[in-house]
Design a protein around this ligand. Structure first.
Ligand code: ASP
Length: 309
């Protein structure tokens, strides 16, 4: 009997990261492995590989998000049923959210990586890659957009963040379920047209020097990594007031992992009265990505942060 069932074709886009590193004589891990090296042990022949980048993910820029998004789109245009992006974990939360906000297709786009170098005695990369390929080929996740497959879990990009540097789970985030499959698509945006958005940390004794410098450098948005439930000292509040008056968007996040911003104390209230937009839950790294995309789309910042922040 002839089996007419076509196997799912998955394209793996390699970008570097620990999943592709080996350790040099100096004890330092750097990406050396190609996409073909990564798939060498996978028992499936319906895979294609694109060697797009070979960098530590701390070196990626918004222009690289565009390059990764375009590579995924071309793979899908040429017939892939799903795409896997092998990526460093340091900034996976940023790339994953940017792609989720800008990719509207049905074919799954799955990011994965590793906590242990590819040349470790017991690397986690091969298993993560196998899981990601299986997910990308799984018709049950068609329509769910961008996902992260890591350490045996499937996470939604929105809200995920790296929370460990050794634990093989790597990330904190919301696991995928039918109920939590909300997409966060804003439009087919290019990071090239997104304005500069920076992150400013508040701390005991902080002033407005960093805020002023970022705005002087062209920032149209700033994420304030405030303390506690969204508080900062008077000098920062004054700076926020000045810049909001001039049309800069200030998004109010917190340095507390898992913290919720509520503006429930005097300084937080003063920041909101000065014009800052509350970021209820997202970590500053993802608040920045959401703000960049919202500004690039010309969408309402208040609505976007109320819905997804
Ligand atoms: N520094 C590495 C990277 O982000 C860490 C990793 O991949 O786990 O590229």
């Amino acid at each position: 009997m002839v089996n007419n069932r076509r196997m799912s074709r998955v394209v793996i886009i390699a970008t570097g990261g620990t999943i592709a590193t080996s350790t040099g004589d100096d004890g330092v891990a750097r990406p050396t492995r190609t996409g073909s090296d990564l798939i060498a042990g996978l028992e499936t022949d319906d895979l294609d590989v694109v060697d797009l980048l070979s960098v530590d993910s701390s070196e990626l820029t918004p222009a690289d998000w565009d390059a990764i998004g375009s590579a995924a789109a071309s793979a899908i245009e040429s017939g892939a049923d799903g795409v896997v992006i092998a990526h460093g974990t340091d900034t996976m939360e940023e790339t994953a959210l940017w792609l989720a906000l800008t990719y509207g297709g049905d074919e799954p786009v799955v990011l994965t990586g590793a906590m242990r170098s590819a040349d470790a005695p017991d690397p986690d990369g091969p298993r993560n890659l196998r899981d990601a390929v299986a997910l990308a080929a799984n018709p049950a996740v068609r329509g769910k957009g961008v996902l992260v497959s890591f350490g045996g879990r499937v996470l939604q990009p929105l809200g995920m963040h790296k929370s460990a540097s050794r634990d093989l789970h790597g990330f904190t985030g919301t696991e995928l379920s039918a109920a939590s499959a909300e997409r966060v698509f804003l439009g087919p945006l290019s990071a090239a047209v997104a304005p500069r958005v920076d992150i400013v940390a508040a701390y005991a004794g902080s002033d407005a020097v960093a805020l002023d410098a970022f705005v002087a450098a062209g920032a149209r948005g700033v994420v304030l990594e405030a303390v506690g439930a969204g508080n900062a000292g008077a000098a920062v509040v004054d700076g926020v007031r000045r810049h909001c008056r001039d049309g800069v968007v200030v998004a109010l996040s917190t340095r507390v992992p898992g913290g919720h911003v509520r503006a429930s104390y005097g300084p937080g209230r003063a920041l909101v009265d000065a014009g800052a937009v509350v970021v209820p839950r997202l970590r500053p790294s993802q608040a920045r990505v959401l703000l960049m995309a919202t500004l690039a789309a010309g969408a309402s910042v208040g609505d976007a942060f109320e819905k997804w922040g």
